[in-house]
Write a protein that binds this ligand. Structure first.
Ligand code: FES
Length: 569
């Protein structure tokens, strides 16, 4: 096919009077669009990550038609296109391993397609940050519509069975306390509908961040998948993206130090996932900013934890939605929020809050009585994690473990862990510190969510439910416990974690933000660091090994971050 102009981009190509415009319109007419439809403006792409290989996003197929209706109502022309989709449970070695690839897919499709703006349809954990990262780099007006959380179910006597309830049953199964019939019943009850995890896991955390960053409509995050309200929301998103294109509301203008702070303060207030630390750093980097461990900790330590929802709290996402959703949280911590920041409506948070009616609700701790005076995520440092680590205080089971000194039991990778963790001869007791290494962004590769190391079976049988666990891995936002993750640098990148041996003393002091060992320099120098096992020589695996940054760089590829304007103060 012959093209006359290789520089003209966006939807204006459909309005071109020459050969290129003719061909653009002609090819769309072949799909069944009318002569009037191919002349509508603006042209809005819909990046749809619906996939049978990503059940959390399967409901997006139904939502897309409502988005198209909204775009047409506002005069635009909707054109849907697929992107790759990353499922948290299905993708190996890990979903994070492919997040940057998905962001590149989104960036290049948005940049190179004849569209003026884009609606991003995502949901499962990595799809939302990947789409936002790609949209920032492409820098055309973009809005996010997430899949919404799936319904809760019922298992045995638990009438409000949510995804975080699955993990204790799995642990019981490991020690022979769940029979085959119950195991089969559980399979049918984990997910009784499509949508994202039905607690404050990574998916909902990142959806809330999208709301705070001006990509998702205020109040949209917590509407359930499959609800009539979400269909109406999809229509509203379609109308709004047309308005945002007309107003030239660009992603890079949305990502500011103020909006990033707003996003992380809300993540801190809702007991959000540790994964948010990595994704927000990556998102900042696409706009030439870096948040950094110190800013994360400064924001979290001065933000009260107020959302009483699972897995850290007692209530459901639908309860928080009833209370007003994320705007209600913003209102609760209003004095900490930069309310002049722009939302996806183009109005400020100040204006949006003035439009909401707020009521007291048990899903949000009242002023003067937060669940915790500080945010749920604690950034740690120390000689074991010179560039940081993350601990999620929300939902921690045994508070005494937050100030703990114990003997390390070290596992080199997931195979070693699986082989030995339930060995009756494993030398471990309830005061031991379980250490898993070689699971970082290079070592695994892609930082699998295995940081929630299982309690050794023999200790489970003794009634032990929590232990101090450390790793350079990530953990699911649906998990809880005394778990330190994202130890940076990771073991195979020269981090001190790679020099530990079983028997070494380790101290965790959450109040002081310290994670440390007691080895002196000469002892450390005598030890052999853990090597990077990668043998990648080609393809994406090679690209990943050559260019991925550590957790404190958001695990983005170095060449995808925008030139740095600086670290936030
Ligand atoms: Fe997809 Fe939790 S596994 S959102």
């Amino acid at each position: 096919m012959s093209q006359r102009d290789l520089h003209q981009g966006g939807g204006s190509l459909f309005r071109d009077d020459g050969q290129d415009g003719l061909l653009h319109r002609a090819f769309l007419r072949a799909e069944g669009f009318t002569a009037a439809e191919v002349r509508r403006t603006p042209v809005i792409g819909i990046a749809n990550s619906a996939s049978e290989l990503n059940p959390c996003n399967a409901g997006l197929r139904a939502l897309v038609e409502f988005v198209k209706e909204g775009i047409r109502e506002a005069g635009g022309l909707p054109l849907e296109f697929p992107t790759i989709s990353i499922s948290e449970p299905f993708t190996r070695p890990t979903s994070l391993y492919l997040r940057n690839l998905m962001s590149m897919d989104v960036e290049e499709m948005v940049s190179s397609s004849p569209i003026d703006g884009v609606v991003l349809l995502g949901g499962c954990d990595k799809t939302v940050p990947a789409q936002i990262m790609g949209a920032i780099s492409a820098n055309k007006p973009a809005m996010m519509l997430v899949a919404g959380h799936r319904p809760i179910s019922c298992f045995k006597k638990n009438k409000q069975f949510t995804v975080d309830d699955v993990w204790p049953v799995c642990e019981q199964r490991r020690v022979g306390e769940v029979n085959d019939a119950d195991w089969l019943e559980l399979e049918g009850q984990v997910n009784i509908g499509v949508g994202t995890c039905n607690v404050m896991g990574t998916a909902t955390t990142m959806a809330a961040a999208a709301e705070m960053l001006g990509f998702a409509l205020p109040g949209s995050t917590l509407q359930a998948a499959g609800s009539p309200a979400r269909n109406e929301l999809a229509r509203a998103v379609g109308r709004q993206i047309v308005a945002n294109v007309n107003a030239n509301l660009l992603p890079r203008d949305l990502i500011t130090s103020a909006s990033l702070e707003n996003a992380f303060r809300v993540v801190s207030a809702i007991g959000g996932s540790t994964n948010a630390v990595i994704h927000l750093e990556a998102i900042a980097g696409r706009a030439g900013l870096s948040i950094g461990t110190d800013s994360f900790e400064a924001w979290s330590s001065t933000t009260p934890y107020v959302a009483n929802v699972r897995p850290g709290g007692a209530m459901l996402l639908s309860d928080l939605d009833e209370a007003g959703g994320i705007p209600a949280i913003v209102n609760r911590i209003r004095e900490l929020i930069h309310t002049g920041s722009v939302t996806a409506t183009g109005r400020s948070w100040e204006d949006e809050l003035n439009n909401f009616e707020f009521v007291e609700h048990p899903s949000i701790a009242p002023v003067g009585a937060p669940l915790s005076e500080r945010g749920a995520l604690v950034m740690l440092r120390g000689n074991l994690a010179p560039r940081g680590a993350v601990f999620k205080a929300a939902g921690a089971h045994d508070l005494a473990l937050q100030h703990h000194r114990g003997r390390a039991v070290v596992f080199d990778g997931i195979d070693d862990l699986n082989t030995r963790i339930d060995d009756p001869n494993l030398e471990v007791d309830k005061d031991s510190v379980l250490v898993l290494r070689g699971m970082g962004v290079l070592g695994a590769p892609g930082m699998p969510e295995v940081g929630h190391i299982p309690i050794p079976a023999k200790l489970v049988r003794e009634g032990v439910r929590d232990m101090v666990r450390l790793s350079d891995a990530r953990m699911s936002g649906t998990s809880t416990g005394t778990v330190v993750v994202h130890i940076t640098p990771e073991a195979v990148a020269g981090g001190p974690l790679g020099l530990l041996r079983t028997g070494d003393e380790i101290e965790l002091d959450v109040d002081s933000g310290i994670i440390r060992h007691f080895l002196d320099d000469s002892e450390l120098a005598s030890r052999t660091p853990l090597a990077n096992p990668s043998t990648a020589r080609r393809g994406f695996a090679w690209l990943h090994q050559q260019h991925v940054l550590q957790a404190d760089g958001g695990c983005d590829f170095d060449f995808l971050r925008e030139q740095m304007k600086g670290e936030l103060a």
